[in-house]
Design a protein. Structure first.
Length: 407
């Protein structure tokens, strides 16, 4: 990967600081920043009016939404709901879909998910919904489908699961999980926040019913999207004004409407991926999906090299326990790497890294149930180093050098 070309696209990377808290929020592309500014200068009006600028603004937003749908391989743009955050979109989904559920119906959540895909479902216990927790195997720290099958029955309405844990870094076999869920007659809602920055999302291939992720983890603005199969979105009750009906998709799930300038700015992300293709591949590939797959394969290869470097070092330290997948292969994990030290608390390690102008983090990262089940509260959670493709081997080696001075 032409890492110099990549890093030039991110203004923040030009400063003397190493960003390794990317799972909490990636740096923003210059293309995205420019589009936010351009929209607010030229098109900052309300949509739906008869005058020219309003019509032009509407076309911009419609085009951006269509490109989002294309990016995730949705069948049409109406399958894309835009919102301020994944947390809010999942809350909206739970409030809407549960209007047609009855006391005694059941939902399954995992103990590896960020709370964004847990509390919207566990809160439904107040209306009589039964919630089961699908837990990782305590030895392998993997979610096992056989364990899920034991939890499902004829009353199971939905399974909420993460595509990739924001602590463990492991990639769950989402297509296989979706198959098992559908065979049981239930729906699946996947949180892709920790997956989307690293791998290509193809919702049709995954055969998920709902899929969410945040653009601010994916080199864009503080905005999120939720995919839903059209037939399922159509059945959802409106959470918007009384005169906005069930057939008004996706507006019925966008109370207060979407953020226009941020939605428009996501086009800068797709432009970046196309630029990556042109920079690294000479062949003129006409199919957009094929181009994007090559780009994300390139990203995965770069990230695997970074993960290998850090994991190899950590595996050599007897006092270190890696929390998650120890295999750095890109098919197994993303480069979100968590660990604990047998003698040091996690905050002690991170706070000793801070003066070196390297940003890593400690805590539970809102995957509280996982940290509790692994009994890591006394460690103040895990140390998490979350890398993306714009990080470099030199940066990882710099971090390792600092770690060597600590443990």
């Amino acid at each position: 990967m032409d890492i110099e070309f990549v890093r030039k696209q991110f203004p923040a990377l030009q400063k003397d600081f190493t960003f390794m808290d990317n799972a909490g929020g990636s740096q923003v592309l210059g293309n995205v920043i420019d589009r936010i500014s351009a929209y607010m200068v030229h098109y900052n009006v309300q949509l739906g009016a008869s005058y020219k600028i309003s019509a032009e603004a509407g076309e911009k937003i419609q085009y951006a939404t269509s490109k989002i749908a294309e990016f995730i391989n949705a069948r049409e743009s109406r399958e894309v709901v835009i919102g301020p955050s994944t947390t809010m979109l999942l809350r909206i989904l739970s409030l809407s879909i549960s209007k047609n559920w009855e006391a005694g119906d059941e939902v399954i959540v995992t103990n590896t998910d960020h709370e964004a895909n847990v509390s919207p479902w566990t809160d439904l216990q107040e209306k009589g919904i039964t919630v089961h927790i699908w837990k990782v195997n305590p030895e392998t720290l993997q979610l096992e489908i056989d364990d899920l099958k034991k939890l499902m029955n004829s009353r199971t309405k939905l399974v909420a699961v993460t595509h990739t844990s924001n602590v463990l870094g492991s990639i769950n076999p989402l297509r296989d999980i979706a198959k098992a869920v559908h065979e049981a007659g239930a729906l699946i809602c996947a949180d892709g926040v920790a997956y989307a920055p690293h791998r290509k999302v193809n919702v049709q291939e995954l055969d998920v019913d709902f899929y969410t992720f945040s653009w601010y983890k994916t080199y864009g603005p503080h905005l999120a999207m939720m995919y839903g199969k059209y037939e399922h979105l159509l059945e959802l009750e409106s959470l918007n004004h009384y005169f906005i009906g069930k057939e008004d998709i996706p507006y019925k799930l966008q109370p207060g409407n979407l953020n226009f300038e941020l939605t428009y700015s996501t086009l800068g992300i797709f432009e970046y991926y196309e630029d990556l293709y042109r920079q690294h591949f000479s062949e003129k590939e006409k199919d957009r999906g094929s181009r994007m797959q090559k780009v994300f394969d390139l990203i995965a290869s770069q990230e695997e090299k970074l993960a290998t470097l850090l994991l190899n070092y950590l595996n050599e330290i007897p006092e270190i326990r890696i929390i998650g997948e120890t295999n750095p292969h890109s098919s197994k994990r993303v480069p979100t790497i968590s660990f604990v030290h047998s003698k040091l608390k996690s905050n002690d390690i991170v706070e000793r890294v801070d003066p070196h102008r390297i940003g890593i983090r400690f805590g539970d990262f809102y995957a509280k149930k996982l940290i509790q089940d692994l009994e890591l509260q006394e460690k103040n959670g895990v140390v998490r180093v979350s890398l993306v493709h714009y990080n470099t081997k030199e940066e990882v080696n710099r971090l390792i050098k600092v770690f060597r001075s600590i443990f």
